[in-house]
Design a protein around this ligand. Sequence first.
Ligand code: ADP
Length: 509
Amino acid sequence: MSEPASEGTAPSRGVEEFQKALLERPSFSIRKRLAAGFLALFILCVAVTGAAWVMLNRLEVRLRFLEVADHYTMEIQQARRFEKNYFLYGTNLQDVQEHVASARQLLNASGAEAAKVLPERDLRQMRDHLDRYDALIGRLSEMSRNPGAPAPQEKAAVEAEIRAHGSQMVAFALDLAQKERANVHATLTLFKRLPILFLAALLVVSVFIANFLARQMLGPLTRFMDTTQRIAHGDFTPIKPARKYRDEFSNLAVALNTMMRELNHRQEVLVQSHKLQAVGNLTAGVAHELNNPLNNITLTAEMLKEDYPALSDADRLEMVEDLVSQAGRAQKIVRNLLDFARESEITTERLDVAELLRKTAGLAANQIKLSGAKIELEVPDNLPAVHGDAQSLSQVFLNLLLNALDAVGKGGRVKIAARTARAGYLEVRVQDNGHGIPPHVVPNIFDPFFTTKDKGRGTGLGLSVSLGIVRQHGGDLLLERTSERGSTFCVLLPAAQVPGEIESDRRGE
Ligand code: ADP
């Protein structure tokens, strides 16, 4: 458990520091994060639309080229058909040349588009094929026009080359058209997959964004819920920056820190005002208690004055000593009260609870005498110490004691018992046999300003202030039992660890 008093003092000391640290981080608001998330989704949509557009364009170019390739193949197949007619029936070769020219025209017309689809090497090869075939047909046509001139072997060689080259040219063109068809198919298949790929990517990005945003929002919300819980338990330790960036939650943290600082301040004011009220309640008793030493001082001083010459030096000395001791007693009574009423910083120290309880009972000694009640203090010797602020805890015990005295009246009994409780805790029970608390009042007794006492006798702050103090010390204050035969309040405080225990805790034993 953390040092209770450091929790008590940290808020006023550390708030400014933490406020500065909270506000000085670079800003990355939730609005910006949401915008970034939606921008990422938009970019994904743009990328997919862009990809679809590029693919469609490419498909269009390929389809157009496929048309050209089919026409081209048709033209050269036609040329070959006329070539065969020439060989079979001796028809003229002009038709062959016309179809070759058409094929060349097709190639030239689609030059730019074909360059986008085909490698330069293939295009060049197609042109070379056409040129070579055209040249061979030209030569054959010339030979046919002068039938006597060429040697028959030469003509046969040209014819054989035309056949071989023609079939190679057609095979190449068919192969190209076939490849292009396969390419178109592949692009179409990819295009069909695009919506599925897009949906998958959208799902992944959306899940990521949703997760990211949920983490960004739920993390701080959970932390804020914890903080409100701890505020409800009276812990006003300021919120520290937990992340690198400042956002809308940082403003909430700053506002909560400011609220905690105010609450802490108000609690201090309440504690102090209630303390002064308790001092007021104690004054009648204190005045009564002061009366005794003052009476004694007056009597002794008068005796000294009247009998001075008749007294021996030893008697005089004894009387003066008596005066000094009575004045000392009066001083102690006043100092005790002042000590309790003083407004002071909360300081943590190791406290002996037994001693604290005895001192508190001493502070109310006359109140006890006046009430006519009997007090019983039951404190074992081996009680562990607690870490805390003596003045605050004394105020808690005094509140419980004064309430008990109010409840019992003359002849009543109040028992204050301390003992070690469940692991690491110490409990102090204040038990009375007074009139008890009516059941319909029980839920309200810890509320600030709730009182059933007459005006001027109760402020309704005793239990609420005491609860605040005890919780600041990491403990609790409970109404354990109440009936017409009396009530028992229990204060639970964490016991201070002895150095040996701290050491074994560290070793994990
Ligand atoms: P106050 O004592 O100024 O009224 P507290 O907060 O100390 O304020 O107590 C609130 C109310 O709880 C009291 O007015 C009283 O009705 C009830 N109460 C507290 N302690 C006791 C007790 N020991 N016996 C009976 N009633 C009690």
